[in-house]
Design a protein around this ligand. Structure first.
Ligand SMILES: Cc1cc2nc3c(=O)[nH]c(=O)nc-3n(C[C@H](O)[C@H](O)[C@H](O)COP(=O)(O)OP(=O)(O)OC[C@H]3O[C@@H](n4cnc5c(N)ncnc54)[C@H](O)[C@@H]3O)c2cc1C
Length: 597
């Protein structure tokens, strides 16, 4: 079953949720028009379906292999990567100054979904490179930018992100990799990093590692971490490649999923001299720079959740139309009915579709605000957009990757026993999806970021403004009085009211009793995602209804049906989640006894 990029769904989300017409009119997405955006997405979809998708299953079976320090990616990977770079796909959003196409984040974010739906093991390589480009562009010296960005933007060199060490995962304050100053102004690095995605491979002629390390006189904790650019192959002043740097891949992890993506143990400075590195940003302020990379990567990982959900949904839909079992209320003859006719399978498929589209809308709204923050001429609007990106990024990452796992799991269930058998492909999505809530900051850490850092932004004004905006759409739904909306308005009103009450409770608890507030963080983030996702789908339904989609067969009727389904069957969890937030901490206080050995 070949992947098909859902270009109509993308365009619908861009137009009715993100307000594409206004973005274009105000120049907030550059010079591009709607027809060009559609054309880019259709071409990307073709590349995903024709080049990347056919390699996904073989990549999963073969995996990447390490021989004598060199990683060999699965057959066909290298050629696919070369056409990817040659087609300009590596550089959609990068600045023209570095050879990029300067396309808006909303387009690049959807392209990321396409690569990852088609082949998640492949999609990770460009994902990390884009994050590295952002960090170098934001904080690298002119010389680093001139030397590295054009090659990275062209896809000739790839990028990695080196944070994790055996004793420093979520808690980076514990990291031990050392950097010492060299006489020529560069640095020498010593240490071991683990779990480094695409830390070594043969797809590109050089790999640019961004490595967190500590200087000898650095203060302890996170205030003493610096960021260094460490190339796999040293680059001469004229840009030519020279000797190998002192960086080796010492091992590859055996994993549950994304087998084709090499997850490497990287050793720096094993040969005594130290790996040559160049400071990015200021000494001891590396974590701030890394956050630039991490925020971009968090949205991109959220989109991986959407991507795997979309792929699992397409596969389940196709299977449910083919597989026949039992008789349904629609059956007339003696034949067994396709399982899609059974109410429970339709519920499963609608759940998959609705969750996928809600998560996509949240991610695209985050990307939209990135575009506004980048291109608005109004400083106040830019600042507000940056705050909105900050607020939505943990939700985009965690909600979307949680639903990626859930949707992939429902996909297995729709296939029955065949879902557990590898040949249908449903099992691969389930295995691949499971890393998404873990890397790029676990979803527990995302929830703590939302509660601890993002809700207090501007004294709570950022979240309150956001909730007020959600409420305006809810009011529009209620005022519209459309019979085809069913109880969508009421259910969404309850969901947003639950979000408002939970936000107030956290606002009042965070300072007084931070442990209680953090205990509520995960259900709070879920509640946030359900309320936001439900309202964004309703925006789509309102637009469809304005365009005349009242009958079940009119274009846009599916948009309304999904929005209504989400509001009436999924957003209904919101009041329960609010209760978990507001009252759950008391039960958690009992956990030391309950968890006692
Ligand atoms: C396939 C794969 C690819 C990866 N790619 C990269 C990469 O390219 N670069 C890179 O640097 N890293 C990478 N990682 C590492 C990944 O980002 C970490 O695994 C992740 O950040 C979690 O760290 P940890 O594994 O040490 O878990 P831990 O930090 O030990 O966490 C264990 C559990 O405790 C929870 N927890 C930890 N601290 C707290 C706290 N303060 N409060 C509440 N709960 C807490 C976590 O949420 C988690 O559930 C990758 C990992 C994998 C498996």
């Amino acid at each position: 079953m070949t992947y098909q990029a859902p270009v109509d769904d993308f365009m619908q989300a861009l137009k009715s949720v993100c307000g594409l017409d206004e973005l274009i009119e105000r120049g907030l997405v550059g010079e591009i028009d709607e027809a060009t955006i559609r054309a880019v997405l259709e071409e990307a979809g073709k590349f995903g379906a024709e080049v990347l998708d056919p390699l996904s299953v073989t990549g999963d079976k073969t995996g990447s292999k390490l021989t004598n320090g060199k990683v060999e990616t699965p057959p066909g990977w290298r050629e696919a990567y070369q056409s990817f770079a040659a087609g300009g796909w590596a550089s959609l959003a990068a600045a023209e100054e570095w050879g990029g196409q300067n396309l808006p984040a909303i387009v690049a974010t959807i392209a990321g979904e396409i690569w990852n739906s088609a082949n998640m093991g492949f999609g990770l390589c460009p994902l990390l490179t884009l994050g590295a480009i952002d960090a170098i562009e934001a904080q690298g010296s002119d010389s680093l930018k001139q030397t590295y960005l054009p090659k990275m933007v062209a896809g000739q060199w790839s990028g990695t992100m080196n944070l994790t060490e055996p004793h420093a995962g979520s808690d980076l304050s514990q990291l031990k990799t050392r950097a010492v100053r060299a006489a020529d102004g560069s640095y020498r690095l010593f240490g071991t990093k683990i779990f480094i995605t695409y830390g070594e491979h043969e797809l590109t002629e050089n790999i640019i590692h961004l490595v967190l390390a500590r200087l000898p006189d650095a203060p302890p904790g996170t205030r003493g971490i610096s960021l260094f650019l460490v190339p796999k192959v040293l680059v001469a002043a004229d840009g030519t490649l020279g000797a190998a740097n002192d960086v080796v891949c010492a091992g590859l992890e055996h994993k549950l999923g994304i087998h084709a993506s090499p997850t490497c143990v990287m050793k720096y400075g094993e040969n005594g001299e130290g790996a040559v590195g160049y400071l990015v940003g200021e000494e001891n302020r590396g974590l701030n720079v890394m956050f630039i990379m991490m925020n971009a990567a968090r949205l991109a990982v959220g989109m991986q959740g959407v991507a795997v959900a979309e792929r699992a949904t397409q596969r389940a839909l196709s299977y449910a139309r083919e597989r026949r079992q039992g008789r349904s209320s629609l059956s007339t003859g003696a034949e067994m009915a396709p399982i899609i006719e059974h109410a429970d399978i339709r519920r499963s498929l609608m759940t998959m579709k609705a969750l996928t589209q809600a998560a996509r809308a949240i991610c695209l709204m985050t990307a939209r605000e990135t575009d506004v923050a980048r291109r608005s001429k109004d400083a106040a609007e830019r600042a507000a957009a940056l705050n909105r990106v900050a607020l939505l990024t943990p939700v985009a990452k965690a909600f979307s990757t949680d639903i990626g796992c859930e949707v992939a799991s429902i996909g297995v269930q729709v296939h029955g026993g065949m879902g557990f058998i590898e040949e249908t492909g449903a099992a691969q999505h389930y295995r691949d999806a499971r890393i998404l809530p873990i890397y790029e900051g676990t979803n527990g850490i995302q929830a703590m970021d939302l509660v601890g850092r993002k809700l207090p932004l501007e004294g709570g004004k950022v979240v309150l403004d956001y909730i007020a905006e959600l409420n305006r759409t809810v009011e529009e739904v209620r005022a519209s009085n459309r019979p085809e909306f069913g109880r969508m308005g009421e259910r969404l009103q309850e969901a947003v009211a639950a979000l408002a009450e939970a936000s107030r409770w956290i606002g009042g608890t965070l300072q007084r009793d931070p442990d209680n507030a953090m205990a509520a963080a995960v259900p709070y983030l879920r509640l946030f995602g359900l309320a936001a996702g439900g309202v964004y789908l309703a925006k789509g339904a309102l637009a469809a209804s304005r365009n005349g989609a009242s009958s079940a067969h009119a274009p846009g009727a599916q948009t309304i049906a999904l929005a209504r389904f989400f509001a009436e069957t999924l957003a209904t969890a919101a009041p329960g989640l609010k209760a978990s937030v507001v009252d759950g901490a008391a039960a958690l206080l009992l956990s030391p006894q309950a968890l006692a050995p």
